[in-house]
Ligand binder design. Sequence first.
Ligand code: 6PG
Length: 256
Amino acid sequence: MPAPPTVQVYTEKPALFAAAAELIQQQIAHALRRSARAILVLTGGNTPIGLYELLASPAYRDQIAWQQVWVLWGDERNVPLDDAASNAGMAMHTLLHHVPIPPAQVLPMITTPAADLATTAAAYQQQVQAVLAGGSGLLDVLLLGMGADGHVASLFPGHAALDLPAEVLVTAISDAPKPPPQRITLTLPALNRAALVLLLVTGGDKAAAVAHALHGIAGEPLPAARVQPPHGRVVWLLDEAAADQIAGSSTAPATG
Ligand code: 6PG
């Protein structure tokens, strides 16, 4: 039975990002005590930008053994890498071009000019499996944002991609309610291969989904609530607005 998630609430985003960066640094160091590589899975969206910029700052750039880190993505939109909407492009601009990580260890989901996203998804699955095989078999750090509807990566409520067989780790979708509709995403079996999941959620528009995900309100569990890694743990890092509807939430002391 997976451990219940940890919930940490912060008054200010800088404190949330500092806590996330600390957890990432610690988990990567933990992973490298057991394996020659640490696998970091990045999320897209706007929430993590401040975290990526912090990780690229001297405080963390010099504290993380980037030479032994391998980077995957949780999902990608069907846009070119240089498109402003590209999750990989955003992470490269804010983080990966500023740390000494070997380019061969940065594996974006190259969605264009793919003729067929399903083929691209299958190819990315091969890459994910190869990266996992070279490490501990777990995704050491998995970063996720969450939409106001409770989606994580590009796994949206009620979508068939939520119920694929365990052997499917990556899939293409063509009808995402969040534009653009065409995306590639890790599936729940892949997300649940995580050792540490950091769910970074800010903003009052997400408060209802946070409460639904954490308090297991009757009905279909939200995609975010289905990230329950059997060999890992989940930490929700929320600002006060996103935590507004969860009972007993207390603001974590600022760290760092
Ligand atoms: C994407 C993201 C998606 C994102 C959430 C939250 O490709 O859109 O991976 O899962 O994390 O939609 O997005 P914001 O951080 O911008 O609110």
